[in-house]
Design a protein around this ligand. Structure first.
Ligand SMILES: [Zn+2]
Length: 325
């Protein structure tokens, strides 16, 4: 139903403040967006929001984000008036939430072969991999683009029911997909895969590893996915032992980071090693070594040695430990 009165801004009924309670807010988090889950089934509110001039569409094209590159890259938000021309016959649209009284919707336009040919997008920046542009964006923009990318990735891979194979339909403003088979009706919710990432220390040294795919010289913390039936602490201990042969204790939570590359949340820990002998799994790691705080502080940040990217939780885990000693 279309509302004749178009609000300039979108006010959310029954305000629910978004509280930031984490001690360490990592990049790709902390936008302050109010997800306003209570309006996801409010068709009238959503319709009004989609016709408010201030509303922003956050386009995602084949997991890439629209960014105006340059000295200070900025994301490109689209006006909701472009929705019909860009969305095609079956729009993949999801309500993200409200920030500064502005409603945000993620819009997947992956069906377009050449989005740059669309009038609404001509000259409006370029689609780029957020992993490459993220560090150049402000934190709020990075967080919003990460959310849109992660949600659209999930939709793209859940078009069919995992129970019976029938097509699924997006509901609740893009926050659930329901099986269209009347005998099934299974509901599928957006998922994010938990992965643990940990800085292992032994006295004044910490353990960093290298994967073949890393930038030249880059060393980072160990990481791995949590498996069914294990706690986060057990996952930390298992991954460290599997990859390096090191036993750890005192597993302490540090902070977390959404990591939509493609669909994870990184759960960061510090852990204490019981010894320094290494038995490296070369299928997982190219190398792993112990580094002193002084060595890390003097990192040349070049192809011989560099710390993980500044936007990564790995970097935060290292820097926190490096600066406390
Ligand atoms: Zn089904």
């Amino acid at each position: 139903m279309r509302c004749s009165k178009v609000p300039a801004r979108c006010t959310v009924p029954a305000g629910r403040a978004t509280l930031l309670v984490a001690m360490h807010v990592n990049f790709y988090a902390g936008s302050g967006l109010d997800r306003s889950a209570h309006v996801r089934r409010d068709a009238d509110w959503l319709e009004r929001a989609l016709h408010a001039p201030s509303t922003r569409l956050v386009p995602v094209w084949r997991s890439q984000s629209l960014v105006e590159m340059g000295d200070a890259p900025t994301p490109v938000w689209l006006d909701p008036s472009h929705l019909e021309t860009l969305a095609g016959t079956s729009p993949m649209l999801a309500f993200m939430g409200v920030l500064d009284e502005i409603a945000h919707f993620a819009l997947d336009i992956s069906h377009l072969e050449r989005p740059e040919d669309e009038a609404a997008l001509r000259g409006a920046g370029q689609f780029v991999d957020l992993r490459n542009a993220g560090a150049l964006l402000d934190r709020t923009s990075g967080s919003l683009l990460a959310y849109a990318r992660g949600l659209m990735y999930w939709h793209a891979r859940h078009r069919h029911c995992g129970v019976c194979g029938h097509p699924t339909l997006s509901e609740d403003a893009g926050h659930v997909r329901t099986c269209t088979n009347a005998a099934c009706k299974a509901q599928h919710f957006p998922r994010t895969d938990p992965a643990v990432i940990m800085l292992v220390t032994h006295g004044d040294h910490c353990l960093l590893g290298r994967q073949k795919m890393f930038l030249p010289g880059m060393h980072s913390t160990l990481a791995g996915f949590v498996e069914p039936g294990e706690s986060l602490e057990e996952a930390v201990a298992r991954e460290v032992f599997e990859e390096t042969g090191v036993r750890v204790v005192d597993v302490r939570y540090h902070s977390s980071q959404p990591w939509p590359f493609p669909g994870s949340i990184m759960l960061g820990f510090h852990a204490r090693a019981l010894g320094t002998a290494l038995d490296i799994d070369t299928n997982e790691l190219e190398s792993a070594s112990w580094f002193s705080r002084d060595a890390l502080r003097a990192s040349p940040e070049n192809d011989t040695f560099r710390l993980p990217r500044k936007v990564s939780i790995a970097r935060q885990l290292v820097e926190h430990w490096m600066n406390e000693g």
